[in-house]
Design a protein around this ligand. Structure first.
Ligand SMILES: [Zn+2]
Length: 225
């Protein structure tokens, strides 16, 4: 009788061990894959085109002051405008600017994407924090957990087309990172700075969010087919 009990207990322990091992494997598998493409959790989406809009990737060098590094959870898309109305101040010009100032002694700024009326420049991997929201490295903040997106307002650009391109980028990033349209934020939401100034000043923030949601719903519907 004692022998049978020992056997039963041994069997229970083995079964419990197997169950725990299976739970650990499924937990790790869940950690490792994420988002629409089942890519590793900590990986940039690697976008090259969004529709017919080219996405040009030219990362700020690792180790520069504007690229603090470290991986973080993506929780928000933080919308900005460059406030640079000069002719020629397009996405490529801002890509040059961000590289030239990546090791500035003070006032370092960085963000992930700049959008103009014909292309998108990608300056930092999406899974790294940056300096664009004016809230330091506040936990759960815009710098720590947001993807910074600058929209150009150059006088020789088509601002309406820039908005359309930014809407498409936002919708795509929401899908890529398994976020909801409610993850859209203004720079103003984190630091109080009136940014994106033109969009806020013209009372069009809600319109922008609605357009992103429409694009997001279309992408989701297309992905479900
Ligand atoms: Zn801003």
């Amino acid at each position: 009788m004692a022998k049978t009990n020992r056997k039963t207990r041994g069997g229970r322990i083995r079964r419990a061990g197997i169950v725990l091992a299976l739970m650990a494997v499924s937990f790790l598998a869940g950690m490792w894959t994420h988002g629409a493409l089942d890519r590793p959790l900590f990986a940039d989406a690697g976008l090259t085109y969004i529709g017919d809009i080219p996405v040009l990737t030219n990362y700020i060098p690792a180790g520069s002051r504007a690229r603090p590094g470290g991986l973080r959870e993506i929780k928000y898309l933080v919308i900005h405008e460059t406030d640079n109305f000069a002719a020629g101040a397009d996405a490529a010009a801002h890509d040059s600017f961000i590289h030239q100032n990546a090791d500035a002694a003070s006032g370092v700024v960085s963000w992930h994407y700049t959008v103009d009326d014909h292309q998108i420049c990608h300056h930092l991997p999406d899974n790294e924090p940056a300096y664009h929201a004016g809230d330091g490295m506040e936990p759960n903040g815009g710098n720590q957990n947001g993807i910074g997106i600058e929209m150009c307002v150059n006088e020789d650009g088509d601002y309406e087309q820039t908005l359309r391109n930014a809407e498409q980028l936002c919708a795509r990033l929401l899908v890529e990172y398994d976020l909801k349209p409610a993850a859209l934020r203004r720079h103003q939401d984190f630091s109080g700075k009136v940014c994106p100034a033109k969009l806020i000043g013209s009372g069009r923030w809600e319109e922008f969010c609605a357009a992103v949601e429409q694009q997001y719903d279309a992408l989701r519907a297309a992905g479900a087919q």
